[in-house]
Ligand binder design. Sequence first.
Ligand SMILES: Cc1cc2nc3c(=O)[nH]c(=O)nc-3n(C[C@H](O)[C@H](O)[C@H](O)COP(=O)(O)OP(=O)(O)OC[C@H]3O[C@@H](n4cnc5c(N)ncnc54)[C@H](O)[C@@H]3O)c2cc1C
Length: 421
Amino acid sequence: MSSDSASAVKNIIIIGGGIIGCTTALYLASHPRFAGASATVTLIEASKQGIAQGASGKAGGLVAKWAYPKELVNVSFQEHVRLANEYNGTDRWGWRFVNCGSWEGRGEPFAQSGTGVGAGGKRKSLEKTLGLDPDATSKSRKSTGLPDDLNWVKPELTESYSPMAAAGATAQVHPYLFTKSMMELAQEKGVNYISGKVTSINVDQSGGPHVTGVTYTPNESGADEPQTLPATHVILAAGAWSPKIVSSLPIVGTRAHSITIVPQSGTTIAPYVLFTEIALPSGVAPKGPRHVSPEIYARPTNEVYCCGPGDDSPVPETVDDVVVDQEACESIREHVMSISAELRAGTVDRRQACFLPVVSVGGGPIVGPADTIAKGLIIATGHTCWGICNAPGTAKAVAELVMDGKIKCANLDKLRPSRFL
Ligand SMILES: Cc1cc2nc3c(=O)[nH]c(=O)nc-3n(C[C@H](O)[C@H](O)[C@H](O)COP(=O)(O)OP(=O)(O)OC[C@H]3O[C@@H](n4cnc5c(N)ncnc54)[C@H](O)[C@@H]3O)c2cc1C
């Protein structure tokens, strides 16, 4: 994959302040060719609340060697380790290695308020365990017990527990803090930030289509007039909103709800991420399904993150218009509290929803030059359920493409936009 000449002056615009856009901004600004003012980088984010208001601020935060696609994971995992070492990720964004397993068992009734099932149509799996061998997993589950230090699920409710991968193969970050740190570090290195919504990527057809810049509506009050910003390169990292800007992209959004729980003070929650299969008793969520599979993530920042299935609610105009279905959040609360006295005693802090960017034809993400649309246009989207994990690999590849003229860190031919467009 190659872009244009590595040596020319570059004015680079990144559309989208999620984890992909912000991490790419840092990698561009850290590139040796960025120094010496031969390049400018500007990130434009549509939300009036700032960066990471979409999936990147509301995800679980798992970073796994067993994630997919392999060619991107292999770069991303080691880059996560490097970033954490270089910028003190432990304190700054809650980086740590974590235990991760699949837990199967039953819930128990408990005294509670609220009702059961969330609305929002058909339930969709977020597909994190795609690619793991289900036979091997279920066989070993049956013979593996609950680890001694997993202190926040009830042993008597547990039917089986099985580790997802070997020790050292799974880590985690707090995705909002990670994304915010990427942007802060990028700004310290000279990246510009604009709060506004990009309405079009501008293309000049003369001499073959090439990008000339973007048009955006600024978010400052009273500044309703569209503005134009020139660019030699435009990186589209707008997550589930990407096809609203490049309509031929086969990206759809899947809405998913999540909650965070703050445990009672003095409670220590052991560092585990659980992919659960819970058989609910009749007293819990009476209107909903009897078998549910919330993901539960203990975090070092004294909170526990829990997410439910996806639904097919349509992607709204901007990230600020995402509607949170309180019943869907209530369902997640009931499901996770049915297996844990420690979670039951905690307080629900956040109830939120976001859109996962999914490649509708399968096989994403989509990363690379979109020269068939316009030279200088680069796509970095469709990261499905592994965008937190795969952000550093994507950022490194895109930075190499723009600054060196080609991707050197991995062979990402399988992800090139021309395969999907
Ligand atoms: C419930 C849930 C749990 C998850 N857990 C994990 C996990 O444990 N590990 C993992 O690796 N991944 C996880 N993911 C996936 C991960 O969250 C996503 O893949 C990732 O956040 C996508 O990042 P993004 O930057 O592409 O998109 P987003 O975070 O959606 O960012 C896109 C940004 O672009 C902006 N934008 C859109 N349109 C415009 C425009 N016209 N102009 C300017 N800006 C615009 C948006 O406002 C938004 O801020 C999870 C996702 C969900 C939903």
